[in-house]
Structure formats: structure tokens, C-alpha cells
Design a protein around this ligand. Sequence first.
Ligand code: NDP
Length: 297
Amino acid sequence: MPPRVAFLGLGAIGAPMARRLAAPPFELAVWNRTLDKSASFARGLEVRVADTPADAARTAQFIVTCLSTSRDVESLLDGPSGLLAGVERGAMLIDCTSGDPATSRRIAARLAEHGVAFIDAPVSGGTSGAEQGTLTVMCGGDASAIERARPVLQAFGKKIVHCGPVGAGDALKSVNNALLAVHVWSTAEGLAALAKAGVSPSVALDVINASSGRSNTSQNLFPERVLTRKFPRTFRLALLDKDVNIAAGVAREQQVPSPLLQLTAELFRAAHRALGEEADHIEAVRLLEDWAQVEIA
Ligand code: NDP
């Protein structure tokens, strides 16, 4: 019997992840809140388009969610068309949302009452990693549940890591993204200062990328997206703001002194507010450029 999978949330990263499940050995059903997106996703593919989360979950052994926040996933559970109305006992929810640990634990407890397993399984590697099936997947939950989910995770993931109990994947993902945010903001400050001091950003990056200050941000993101002024929209700033806020919350909850994480959360909240819902995460640089009155180009 082919593994029956339902995929809910065909956004920027959800759609390419789901596409990797739209071929044998999997049997795929998809659902998206904006129904047009699921119809255009399914064009030319052997995929069932569901009208509701309940309809998508019906007969599925694995339900994969990839929504903006854990709260969005939680909001799909209830009501006559909600997930719990369709899901079968023994199924598993694999939540690939970059979520928050407390909400994931709450979702896991609700599902357990219905005999449904849960793992949090946020991903890293961007939309290109999703297309190529090379994402890193950070899993929280029982080891046996993660092993059961592995064939599904391997369709879009290359490095699949069991991080700890439910919520551990979310916590680790949020810290990873907080580090990304720190790199983006600090690289922008440094390059803006150098530009004003008469050092061109391309010369600065050439040197930094052959020195100890280099990062993925300096090696790839700034040369490809900032210096070219392309700022492609692959990962919304609103979502990175959410992630840094989760990481800052994890640090506070654990009573770890975290002035840098708290400040970074504040900076990305300000950038999100200034640049709006559709801006890409790298566009946070524009706020610093505005403050510094210099363009990093
Ligand atoms: P998008 O903003 O492109 O898409 C969000 C998806 O969530 C859409 O399908 C949207 O539906 C759906 N959604 C949002 N709110 C609700 C709701 N209340 N009920 C039902 N559906 C809802 O986000 P991405 O695809 O970029 O990101 C999805 C998750 O993956 C996020 O948690 C993000 O942080 C994470 N992520 C993203 C990466 C990227 O490179 N883009 C990389 C790694 C992780 P609709 O179409 O109707 O709006």
C-alpha cells in the first residue's frame, strides 16, 4: 500500500515540499486556505485537491502541515471541517511549520486524545533546498514516531535530526533563525559603516569572506541579494520576526541572559513594522540603510 499523505499549506516553502511528495510511492492530497493555490498546484500532477482540512486528512496516514505559525496549525484542529473531524486513529501529524514549543506541546496533547501522534519538524534550507529535497529537518517527539515519519521526511529532507521531545525542533529552529537575523543585521551595520568610511561593500565582502568574520549571510545572501538590489521574496520578514521572537522567548523562559537575542527581536519587529507583511527577510537591511542614509551597493 503506498503511504497516503495529506499536505496542508502550499506557501513559498510548503509548495515545493509538497511537490516532492506528489509522486510514487506516495499518494498525496493537498489543502490550502486560499483554494486557488491548491488547484494551480495540482495542475498536471496526480494529486487530490481537498476542500477542507478534514477532507484532506481523511484516510491519510501522515498529515504534513506547513503554515505560518503554530497558532495557525492549532486553529485547523476544531470544527466540522477541522482536522480532528477527518483524521483516523493511528495517523500522525508532522508539523513542518517553524513553530513555538508551547503551542506544539498543546497540539500534541490534543491529538493524543484522538489516538494521533505528533512531531514538530521545522525545516531549514530555503525554497531551493525544498525543490532539491536537501532540507535539514529538526524533529521533536518520540524516537519511534520520528522513525515512522522518516520516509515522508526523506522526500524533502537530507539531514533529519531527532532534537528531543515535542517542541525541541521548534526551539532549535528558532535559535538557528535568530542567528541568521543577527548575521543579517550585523553585516548591514558593518558594511554601512565601511561604505561611509570609503570602502566599497564588494571590496569589504571580498575580504571578509576570506577572513574570520564570514558567514552564509556574507558569502551568499549579501552578494546575491543586497549588492545586486534584487531582494527576491523567498522568506517573508514577518516570519523571521516571528522566529526571532520565539528564540528570545525560549531564552527568557530558560532564564538565560540574552541581551543580544532580545535586541535582535526588537530590531526585526521594527523592520517588520516598517516594511510590511510581504517584504523579504533580507529587506530588513533597508531599515538600517534608511537610518544610516547609505545604500549597501
Ligand atoms: P508563506 O507565507 O509563503 O505561506 C504561508 C502558508 O500558511 C500559506 O499556505 C497560507 O495560506 C497558510 N496559512 C497562514 N495562516 C493560516 C491559517 N490561519 N489557516 C490556514 N492556513 C494558513 O510561508 P512559507 O511557506 O514561507 O513558510 C511556512 C512556514 O515555513 C513558516 O513557519 C516559515 O517560518 C517556515 N519556513 C519558511 C522558509 C522559506 O524559505 N520560505 C524556510 C524555512 C522555514 P494562504 O495561501 O491562504 O495564505
